[in-house]
Design a binder for this molecule. Sequence first.
Ligand code: GMT
Length: 382
Amino acid sequence: MKIGITCYPTYGGSGVVATELGLELADRGHEVHFISYSQPIRLPKTYPNIHYHEVEVSRYPLFEYPPYDLALATRMAEVAEIYELDLLHVHYAIPHSVSAMLARQMLSCDHARPRRRLPYVTTLHGTDITLVGSDPSYLPITRFSIDQSDGVTAISDYLKRRTLEVFAVQTPIQVIPNFVNCDLYHRTPELLEHRSEYAGADEKILVHLSNFRPVKRLGDVIEIFDRVQQKIPSRLLMIGDGPERSSAEWLAVKKGIHKKVDFLGKQDRISEKLAVADVMLLPSQLESFGLAALEAMACEVVPITTNEGGLPEVVDHGKTGFLAPVGDVETMANYAIEILSDENKLRQMGEAARASAQARFCASKIIPMYERFYREVLDRSS
Ligand code: GMT
């Protein structure tokens, strides 16, 4: 198949999922065309079967708000025509599904050469529904463009339920969960040798990975770590960057633990960084899925998360990690102290986490679901 993929390239989990999906599809022989305003962060510069098309948004004094969604629609239609795409797959509804809808319409009208139907699939990721999408200024257009999609997927049962509650959309929603490349996200003895770059031999390693937005509750990460390091010699690795970074840094300074907290910034090769850790802290206000927790699990890192949104679909409390109410830093710290105090239990739970990630969320299981879904959409559209 020839598939056009659009996502937010630089920020957030939806772009990561879209990029990993494109790479997996390309590995399976599909021709994948990324259409976006910049190169997605996890996309290599060159890769067999992958093409990248940049969307130019021209500036003009009248345009206080340059119309990216229109430029994107134009580029989508152009790329679809020139490279004979079979379908578009957009990640994050706003504004991508609106642009895809326009591109489909442009290609179906009289002056398109030749007139054709270009189906589009919309994948809902989270804040496109839970925050931004339910803002009154976006809700009607988001609902419309979701309903107009030739196929809609959501990354968790929770997100499907929320979408039906908030938007009452008519189009059926298929849940296709997020996935992880289990061959890449793996703990190996060679990777474990790198532990010494981050911690002493007697120290445990906790990790947090996110885009450091308020929803991630970085203050809670520091509070939890502060309690843990009082009982267990340990270090905290903070991977990522974003608006909450400096307040988290200051909180670590205020608590006098900043020398034990490493802010690594945005990182490539996340799998290698995760594989050295023992526990992941993800005390988010809300996650529709929690891709970071899944990536940690694949590396045998025990996730400690909140019990909100789709996280209970990923983490099995007491078996593959721990869940606690939002803001309950005491309980999350106690879970961390409990598991980090017993090396056997820590290893057992890490292995159970990996087994669960492998059995339920490996790319080899999930990518065929997308391929089947595309075929169904194409059959319906022909
Ligand atoms: O919160 C983020 O990291 C960004 C956001 C996005 O849409 O880019 O992430 C959402 O999609 C991720 C990938 O599907 C999910 O793993 C996250 O749980 C989800 N974030 C929220 O629901 C807050």
